[in-house]
Design a protein around this ligand. Structure first.
Ligand SMILES: C[S@@+](CC[C@H](N)C(=O)[O-])C[C@H]1O[C@@H](n2cnc3c(N)ncnc32)[C@H](O)[C@@H]1O
Length: 475
C-alpha cells in the first residue's frame, strides 16, 4: 500500500486515536492558506476516507485507515510534521504493512498505545509546566516516592539545588548500583533531580543525559547546571528537549547507553510501546532500563483515561501490569524483573471516588523494574543447575547484593539461580563481582516458582486475593 498527502497547510497538531472498532484515526489540525490536499492509495483491501473541514483560520483533516495500515508509521509522520512545525509540502506514508499481529499482541499493543480523545502531550506538558509549581501541588500521592531514600542517596540529595528538589514528581528510586563511568539516560527527567543524583554516581568519567518535553521543567534543570558543575567539580550532564515516544529523533547513537532510568513518566506517554522499543534500540547489549512507574491491577477504562487530572497525576495512564510484561517482551526485554513496589493509596477523596465508581477492586501500584537488554534470555526461568556467589565487592553492598525482589544474595553464599539470572549477572556490568558455578549443558526443567500472578507484594497489604508464587521463586 502507498499513500501520499501533499499539503501546503501548516500542521500544528496531530493525534492518533485507536477507535473502539480497531481502526486508527489520525487527526491533523493546522492553519490553512493556502491549502492543497491530495491523497493516493493503492492496492486493496483498503478503505480510506478523507474529510476536510474549513474555517477561516483552521483546517481539520481526518484520515481513517484500515486495520492493516501501519499505524506507527502513520502516527510518526504526522507527529514529526507537527513537532517540526514546518510548512509541510509532502508527507508520504510507507508502503509497508507490518505482519498481522496475533490477536493477543494486538490487544496488548492497543492497550499500551492508548491514545485518548481527551488527553494529549500538550495536556501533560501543561500539567507539569503550569498547573503544578511544586511537589506539594500534586493532588494525589501517585507521583510521590513512598519509601525514604537510603542514607547514601540522602547525602547526595543534599548536593542538589533546592529549585530542582522542589519540582520533583517521581514515584520511586531509579538509581541502580554500580554506576561509575556509565552513560545514563533519564527519560522524562523533569527538573533534573535524578540526573543530578546519577551525575554524582557516574563521576567525571561518566555522563548523564536528561530528556523532557516540558520547557518549564527543563528550564530549572538547565538553569542550575552551572551551579551543579561547581558543586560536583566536573560537568557531565546534558539536557535535551524531546518526546521520549520518538527517541530515534534525538541525537543519541543506537547501542550507546549503559543504563536508562525513568521516574514516573511512561504512564504519562500515549504510546508506551514506542518508548520501550526506543529504549531497546539505544541500550548497549547487557545494558538495562531501570525505572519506576505506576501500574494497575486491571486495564484502566477509557472513561478514567480521558480524565486529564487523573492522567496528569500518573494514575489513569497506568499500564495493566501484565500488558506491561507482554509489551516489554515484545520490545525485546524478555524477562522483566520487579525490584520493589508499593500500593498507591491516592489520598484524595474525590479522586478515590472517581476510581471506585468504576471498580472498587481497581488498584494502582508504583513499581520499580529492571529490564536487561540480553538477547539470550528465555521467556521463562529455566533451571540448568547453576549458582552464583556474590563476592561482596560492590561499594555500599558489602553484605549483600539485591538484583530484584526475589534475589537477595548474601556475600559468600552459594545462591542457586535460573539461566536468565545467571546471564543477567554474567553478561552485564555485574560480572566481576560474582563467581559463577555451572553452565548451560544440562537442563533440569522450569525453575521452581516461575509464575504469572499479580507480582506486587503490596497488593496483599490491602487484602487482595492476588498472591505471587511462594518458595523462593525467581520472577
Ligand atoms: C511525573 S513527572 C516526573 C519528572 C521527573 N522524572 C521527576 O522524577 O521529577 C513527569 C515528567 O515527564 C515528562 N513527560 C511526560 N510525557 C513525556 C513524553 N512523552 N516525552 C518527554 N517527556 C515527557 C513531563 O514533562 C514531566 O516532566
Amino acid at each position: 500500500m502507498a499513500g501520499l498527502i501533499s499539503t501546503a497547510a501548516k500542521v500544528e497538531e496531530s493525534l492518533l486515536v485507536v477507535r473502539s472498532d480497531g481502526c486508527q484515526q489520525v487527526t491533523i489540525k493546522g492553519s490553512t492558506n493556502p491549502l492543497i490536499v491530495s491523497m493516493f492509495f493503492l492496492g486493496p483491501p483498503i478503505a480510506v476516507l478523507l474529510l476536510l473541514s474549513f474555517t477561516s483560520s483552521e483546517v481539520n483533516a481526518f484520515l481513517l485507515a484500515t486495520k492493516n495500515q501501519n499505524p506507527r508509521r502513520l502516527y510518526q509522520n504526522h507527529i514529526a510534521a507537527s513537532t517540526n512545525k514546518r510548512w509541510i509540502k509532502t508527507v508520504s506514508m510507507s508502503s509497508c504493512c507490518p505482519k498481522a499481529p496475533s490477536p493477543a499482541a494486538a490487544t496488548a499493543a492497543a492497550a499500551a498505545s492508548v491514545t485518548t480523545e481527551a488527553v494529549s502531550h500538550e495536556d501533560v506538558s501543561l500539567y507539569y509546566g503550569t498547573t503544578l509549581s511544586e511537589t506539594k501541588d500534586l493532588q494525589t500521592n501517585a507521583c510521590t516516592t513512598a519509601s525514604a531514600p537510603p542514607p547514601h542517596i540522602r547525602a547526595l540529595l543534599r548536593n542538589i539545588h533546592p529549585d530542582v528538589i522542589a519540582k520533583y514528581y517521581g514515584c520511586g528510586l531509579t538509581i541502580p548500583d554500580l554506576l561509575e563511568g556509565m552513560t545514563v539516560l533519564d527519560l522524562g527527567c523533569g527538573s533534573g533531580r535524578d540526573v543530578y543524583l546519577a551525575a554524582q554516581l557516574v563521576g567525571s568519567k561518566g555522563r548523564v543525559i536528561g530528556v523532557d518535553m516540558t520547557p518549564e521543567q527543563l528550564n530549572v534543570a538547565t538553569g542550575t547546571q552551572k551551579w551543579h558543575t561547581e558543586k560536583f567539580g566536573y560537568e557531565n550532564t546534558q539536557f535535551i528537549r524531546g518526546n521520549i515516544e520518538r527517541l530515534e529523533e534525538l541525537d543519541i547513537e543506537p547501542n550507546s547507553v549503559d543504563i536508562i532510568i525513568s521516574n514516573c513518566v511512561i504512564n504519562l506517554c500515549l504510546n508506551k510501546e514506542a518508548v520501550l522499543a526506543g529504549c531497546y534500540r539505544l541500550l548497549k547489549p547487557g545494558g538495562e532500563l531501570y525505572f519506576s512507574d505506576v501500574y494497575s491491577s486491571a486495564r484502566v477504562p477509557k472513561s478514567l483515561a480521558q480524565d486529564k487530572v487523573l492522567w496528569g497525576e500518573c494514575i489513569s495512564g497506568a499500564l495493566y501490569w501484565n500488558d506491561f510484561h507482554n509489551l516489554s517482551k515484545k520490545a525485546g526485554f524478555l524477562d522483566p524483573r520487579l525490584v520493589e513496589d508499593s500500593l498507591i493509596t491516592i489520598q484524595n477523596k474525590a479522586i478515590e471516588q472517581k476510581v471506585k465508581s468504576y471498580s472498587p477492586k481497581l488498584q494502582f501500584f508504583s513499581a520499580t523494574y529492571r529490564l536487561f537488554k540480553l538477547d539470550s534470555l528465555e521467556p521463562h526461568c529455566e533451571d540448568y543447575g547453576q549458582a552464583v556467589i556474590y563476592k561482596g565487592t560492590m561499594e555500599r553492598c558489602e553484605g549483600a547484593f539485591v538484583l530484584d525482589s526475589h534475589h537477595f544474595m548474601e556475600t559468600g553464599k552459594v545462591f542457586p539461580v535460573c539461566g536468565n539470572t545467571w546471564r543477567m549477572l554474567h553478561d552485564t556490568r555485574f560480572k566481576d563481582h560474582f563467581t559463577f558455578i555451572g553452565n548451560f549443558d544440562r537442563h533440569y526443567g522450569i525453575f521452581e516458582g516461575c509464575g504469572t500472578s499479580l507480582p506486587y507484594e503490596s497488593a496483599k497489604e490491602n487484602g487482595s486475593a492476588a498472591c505471587s508464587p511462594s518458595g523462593g521463586g525467581c520472577c
